[in-house]
Design a protein around this ligand. Structure first.
Ligand code: ZN
Length: 396
């Protein structure tokens, strides 16, 4: 043993190469560096030598909660909350998920917090969600909100490192198997390769689509349903996000009208708040109530088209329009009117004051005009241009 070697409870093997402790101390003193230990934090992420525990990821859960429930977030509309959730997940969760496979309990916890915030504006599940977690995690084209299954996104993110051989150098990554003595964290990352095995080793994929992307890997893992016929209606650039979200709820048949609340035994009051003449059901509230009929009549007169008297989805699918743009304008107008009627109905529950229906139609016109100018819409046909001109809308 050399004179510079010092065992110090077996932890100071750095000194066994002959460099004296005095020199090390001198370097540390000059650089200002301190000797650390494990676990430690690196770029905000906790580095642990053993299996990652739920407690090790608690700061991630805390930060997600803090970001989405900060002051003012509760006042956001559903669409605003959805945007905030996507933004927080795309930064905080993705940052961690690019490094580790996160424990399932942590991912479930984050998903529960996000769902509760979306439906209730805070992070506790006091009442059931309007739409199931499985549906909201479907792509928009399949009838969902485009949120991600976080555990599958985690696998797809780490799969990228295998395909681009970030972790393994000078070895065929397809044949690589970790030794039995490797760490837990590394074995979990190697398991990602096995989870993507059937697609990564598919010859057709490699020939037809050589570039692996996280989005592609995720699409392999997620079980997707069929395209919904009403997707183009919701995916309408002339519609405001809050109107899109509302009409998505309509398409899911999830509005909590009084008849539904009665069935859930939440209320005993089933009369329409606007006319008090009939039971409040979806079709009555939006298409048969005297207030709604007057609004629809004015809208029909203005837009020179027959609007739905029931089954709004069927109407949208079959309405005859001169062009796609005209169909989008009609869809945006009826979605906004239904959103406004719903808001009036909600206000009526506490104030019993009904605004003039002319005010609602004026609001629809102004919002449509503002959105058309802001969306740089191009009119391609003369008949659409004439129709827009006759209803007093312009794209410039
Ligand atoms: Zn009514």
């Amino acid at each position: 043993m050399s004179s510079g070697r010092k065992m110090n409870n077996g932890k100071s093997n750095f000194y066994s190469n002959g460099v004296s402790e005095a020199i090390i101390k001198g370097i540390k003193g000059a650089s200002g560096m301190r000797r650390g230990g494990i676990p430690f934090r690196y770029l905000g992420v906790k580095i642990v030598p053993k299996r990652m525990r739920i407690l090790d990821c608690q700061c991630l859960v805390d930060r997600v909660t803090e970001r989405i429930t900060r002051i003012g977030a509760k006042q956001l509309s559903y669409a605003g909350r959805l945007t905030l959730i996507k933004s927080v997940l795309s930064t905080l969760h993705m940052y961690w998920a690019r490094i580790f496979i996160l424990p399932k309990a942590v991912i479930s916890n984050i998903e529960a917090i996000c769902r509760a915030f979306l439906w209730h504006g805070h992070n506790s599940n006091e009442s059931p969600a309007l739409v199931s977690g499985k549906t909201i995690c479907q792509p928009k084209r399949k009838g969902g909100l485009g949120l991600k299954y976080l555990h599958l996104w985690n696998i797809a993110l780490l799969g990228k490192y295998w395909v681009h051989t970030v972790h393994i150098k000078n070895v065929n990554w397809r044949d690589y198997e970790p030794s039995i003595n490797t760490s837990w964290a590394w074995r979990r990352i190697c398991h990602v390769k096995n989870q993507l095995h059937s697609w990564l080793f598919d010859e057709n994929w490699r020939e037809g689509m050589p570039e692996y992307t996280v989005k592609l890997g995720y699409s392999w893992l997620v079980e997707e349903g069929f395209d919904v016929a009403w997707f183009p209606w919701v995916n309408n650039r002339i519609m405001l996000p809050k109107h899109k979200f509302f009409i998505w709820l309509v398409a899911q048949n999830r509005l909590l009208t009084q008849d539904r609340l009665m069935r859930m035994q939440i209320t005993h009051h089933n009369r329409c708040f606007l006319c008090e003449d009939a039971e409040e059901k979806f079709n009555h509230l939006f298409f048969r109530c005297s207030f709604s009929r007057q609004c629809l009549g004015l809208l029909e007169e203005w837009l020179q088209v027959c609007l739905p008297i029931h089954e709004v989805i069927d109407w949208w699918l079959t309405v005859r329009a001169r062009s796609l743009l005209m169909k989008q304008v009609l869809a945006a107008a009826i979605a906004q009117l239904m959103y406004l009627i719903w808001n009036v109905r909600n206000r009526c529950r506490v104030e019993s004051v009904i605004p003039l229906f002319v005010v609602l139609i004026k609001q629809v016109k102004e919002t449509l005009q503002m959105k058309m100018r802001g969306s740089t819409v191009i009119v391609r046909s003369r008949c659409t241009e004439e129709w827009l001109s006759s209803v007093g809308l312009s794209c410039t």
